[in-house]
Ligand binder design. Structure first.
Ligand code: PLP
Length: 403
C-alpha cells in the first residue's frame, strides 16, 4: 500500500483542495502566521501553556461516556459519546480559540478579530480574549445579530465589540468577507481568529491541529480502558473542525487494518432534493470562496448559494478542504442528514441518556441507526457530541418536539 500524506503541501493544498486564494496584501500576513505556528508547535512552552489552560480552564479531558440506553435504542453493541458539550462555553470551539489567542499573544498582537454566524465562534473568541486580556472585535451580519441577540449580548458582557455587517444578506458569508477586508487594513496589530477548518492556508491546518485533541484523547481513553477500537467513528460537519479534530488522529495514529470506519454527517436541511440544504459534499462542486478551494454549493455560473439547515452551525455553503480530499480518497464517508432526522436523534438522546445535545451534534447521532443497519447489532460506535443543546431549545420547541 502506498504511503498517504495527511499534510497539506507547501502551498497549503490537500490534493487539489485548499491553497490561499487571497489578495496580495494578505500574503505576508499568512506567511507570518504560518511561521509563528510552526515555531509554536515546536516550542514546549506553548504546548505547556495551552495544555494547562485546556485542563484547568476548559475542563479537559472531556469524558468518553458509554451510553448503553442509547445503544439499545439504536440497535448497536455499544455507543461511546465524546463529550465536547462539557467544555467551558459548551462546545469544541473553545479548543481552537484558546490556541489561536495564545498564538496571537506570542506574535505580539494586542487585538483579535473574528467572524461569526450564529454567534458561537464569536462567544468562544470573546471568552479567550477576555481570559488573555486581548482587545476583541467580532464581525456579524445584521440579520444574524437580529436572530442571535443572546449571543450578541454575551459577547458584549465578555468585553468584545460586535461590528454589524450590512452587506449582502447580512449573514455569515458577508461577515467573513468583512472580517478579511478589515484584517488587510489592521494586520500589524490584529490577529484573525478563524472559526473552522477552512479559509486560506495555514488556517485549515492550524484549526485541525488545535482540534485534534478530540481524537487524540479518545484513542488514549480507549487504550486506557483496554477496550478495542470502535468499529466506526462519527462527527457532524459544518466547516469541519470538530470532525477533522475527531478523525485526524484515527487517520495518522491507527494502522489501516485497525482503523474504524469514519463517518461525517452533513446538513441536508429539508432534503438534498430541495433548495434548502447545506450538503456541500453531496451537492457541491469544486470552487473557490473565502480564500480556499473546496466543494461549494454554487449555481450554474459558480456563484455561491445560500445554505440552509435547522442548525446554525452547519449552514455554511462550503466545507474544509481536507474533508474534500478525504471524501475523494474514500477515507471518510459523508452522509446527508435532514432537519427532521436530527430532531428525532435530539429527542432520543434527551430521553435515553439525560443529555440535551446541540442540534449540530444531533446530525451525527442521527447516523447511528443507519450504521447499525450497515455494520450489524454488535458494532461499537463512537460519536463526537460537539456541543450542548441549551442554545437550541427554542428551535426544537418550535418544531413541536417534546410537547
Ligand atoms: C459551530 C459548531 C459546529 C460546526 O462547526 P465545525 O467547524 O464543523 O465543527 C458543530 N457543532 C457545534 C456545537 C458548533 O457550535
Amino acid at each position: 500500500m502506498t504511503a498517504r500524506s495527511h499534510e497539506a503541501d507547501d502551498l497549503g493544498f490537500f490534493g487539489p483542495y485548499g491553497g490561499a486564494y487571497v489578495p496580495e496584501t494578505v500574503v505576508p500576513a499568512l506567511a507570518e502566521l504560518d511561521a509563528a505556528f510552526t515555531q509554536a508547535k515546536a516550542d514546549p512552552a506553548y504546548a505547556e501553556e495551552l495544555g494547562t489552560l485546556l485542563r484547568d480552564y476548559v475542563g479537559r479531558p472531556t469524558p468518553l461516556y458509554r451510553a448503553d440506553r442509547l445503544a439499545a435504542a439504536v440497535g448497536l453493541g455499544a455507543v461511546y459519546l465524546k463529550r465536547e458539550d462539557l467544555n467551558h462555553t459548551g462546545a469544541h470551539k473553545i479548543n481552537n480559540t484558546i490556541g489561536q489567542c495564545l498564538l496571537a499573544k506570542r506574535m505580539g498582537k494586542q487585538r483579535v478579530i473574528a467572524e461569526t454566524g450564529a454567534g458561537q465562534h464569536g462567544v468562544a473568541t470573546a471568552t479567550a480574549a477576555a481570559l488573555m486580556g486581548l482587545e476583541c472585535a467580532v464581525f456579524m451580519g445584521t440579520e444574524d445579530i437580529r436572530r442571535q441577540s443572546l449571543n450578541v449580548y454575551k459577547m458584549k458582557l465578555l468585553g468584545a465589540e460586535v461590528i454589524p455587517v450590512d452587506d449582502g444578506t447580512g449573514t455569515l458569508a458577508d461577515a467573513v468577507t468583512a472580517a478579511m477586508r478589515h484584517w488587510v487594513e489592521r494586520v500589524n496589530d490584529t490577529f484573525y481568529v478563524l472559526g473552522s477548518a477552512l479559509g486560506p492556508h495555514p488556517y485549515p491546518t492550524i484549526v485541525r491541529d488545535l482540534q485534534r485533541i478530540i481524537g487524540d484523547e479518545s484513542i488514549d481513553q480507549f487504550d486506557a480502558r483496554e477496550v478495542p477500537m470502535p468499529d466506526a467513528v462519527v462527527a457532524c460537519v459544518g466547516g469541519g473542525s470538530n470532525a477533522i479534530g475527531t478523525f485526524y488522529p484515527f487517520l495518522v495514529r491507527v494502522p489501516d487494518d485497525q482503523r474504524p470506519r469514519l463517518y461525517g454527517a452533513e446538513a441536508a436541511g429539508k432534503g438534498i432534493d430541495t433548495r434548502f440544504t447545506g450538503a456541500s459534499i453531496a451537492l457541491g462542486k469544486p470552487g473557490v470562496m473565502h480564500g480556499f478551494m473546496s466543494y461549494l454549493l454554487q449555481d450554474e455560473r459558480g456563484n455561491p448559494l445560500e445554505a440552509y439547515s435547522i442548525s446554525a452551525g452547519l449552514d455554511y455553503p462550503g466545507i474544509g478542504p481536507e474533508h474534500a480530499y478525504l471524501h475523494d480518497e474514500g477515507l471518510v464517508t459523508y452522509l446527508p442528514v435532514t432537519d427532521d432526522e436530527a430532531l428525532v436523534a435530539f429527542e432520543q438522546l434527551c430521553r435515553t441518556e439525560g443529555i440535551i445535545p446541540a442540534i449540530e451534534s444531533s446530525h451525527a447521532l442521527a447516523l447511528l441507526p443507519r450504521i447499525a443497519e450497515e455494520l450489524g447489532p454488535d458494532a461499537v460506535v463512537m460519536v463526537t457530541v460537539s456541543g450542548r443543546g441549551d442554545k437550541d431549545v427554542d428551535i426544537v420547541r418550535e418544531a413541536g418536539i417534546g410537547e
